[in-house]
Design a protein around this ligand. Structure first.
Ligand code: MN
Length: 254
């Protein structure tokens, strides 16, 4: 049996083939998987659960619902783009929202799961913004605005962040190794799985004289990225868009 970890799908109407690739994964693996963990940024952005009623999200919610109804647990963690996913989304999809960070038991191994943005401690500017927008005051004020106003704000926010990110060095936007080690210590585990940085990889390093592991999930901009874990091995794999080119799922690649 297999447990699947994915993150940073950034699903949106502009990348329909990626949405189809996600639904294809759920259809293929959902019936016999032990669980799916989505570690943040399932959506490009999420302005509140009322958005779930929009047509754009219907196939995604229905696809997740089918997996959950089939008895396979779907766990969803907030990312920095979709931290407003809430109770209505949980109800409609049948998923369970999980805390960041959280330790889970994976076939007898304790594993720390995170979105990953809180480990990017060198990016002081990002951490300051994160703290502001995650406050209950900010969230309440945002959710009081109309859907149109929220969409406008998100667009402005993303334009600004694109400009700012372009000026930052790649090292600043990656995780800080001391933060990784301190977080593993705090939780008493030697395995970490996270996304956010869009730098897929399986890192092994020394922690107090023993091996420790950091598996980083990739983004879904041009392909899928999935970590498949069973009791024997953890495999980080790409799912190419060409998977969809069968007669049943003919969808033009971007
Ligand atoms: Mn992210």
């Amino acid at each position: 049996m297999t447990t699947f970890f994915i993150s940073d799908l950034h699903l949106c109407a502009q990348r329909p083939a990626i949405t189809e690739l996600f639904l294809d994964l759920l259809r293929r693996e959902g019936p016999h998987a032990d669980a799916f963990y989505i570690l943040g940024d399932l959506f490009e952005y999420w302005i509140g659960d009322e958005a779930a009623s929009q047509d754009e999200y219907r196939p995604i919610i229905d696809g997740m619902r089918r997996v959950a109804d089939g008895g396979t647990p779907l766990y969803v963690m907030h990312g920095n783009r979709d931290f407003l996913l809430g109770a209505q989304f949980e109800r409609e999809t049948g998923c369970r929202l999980i805390q960041d960070p959280i330790v889970v038991d994976l076939y007898g191994t304790g594993v720390l799961l995170m979105h990953g943005d809180t480990l990017c401690t060198d990016d002081h500017e990002y951490q300051a913004i994160r703290q502001r927008v995650r406050s209950s005051e900010w969230i309440e004020a945002f959710l009081r605005k109309s859907i149109g106003e929220r969409n406008t704000l998100v667009r402005q926010f993303r334009e600004k962040s694109k400009i700012v990110s372009a000026t930052k060095s790649p090292e600043i936007m990656d995780v800080n190794q001391q933060a990784v080690e301190a977080t593993l210590h705090k939780h008493g585990v030697r395995h970490l799985i996270h996304g956010h940085t869009h730098r897929p990889g399986q890192h092994v390093f020394d922690l107090d004289g023993e091996r420790a592991h950091r598996d980083v999930l990739g983004d879904w901009y041009k392909q899928g990225s999935v970590l498949r874990c069973d009791a024997q091995e953890w495999l980080l794999q790409d799912i190419p868009l060409s998977r969809l080119n069968g007669p049943r799922n003919a969808i033009p690649a971007e």
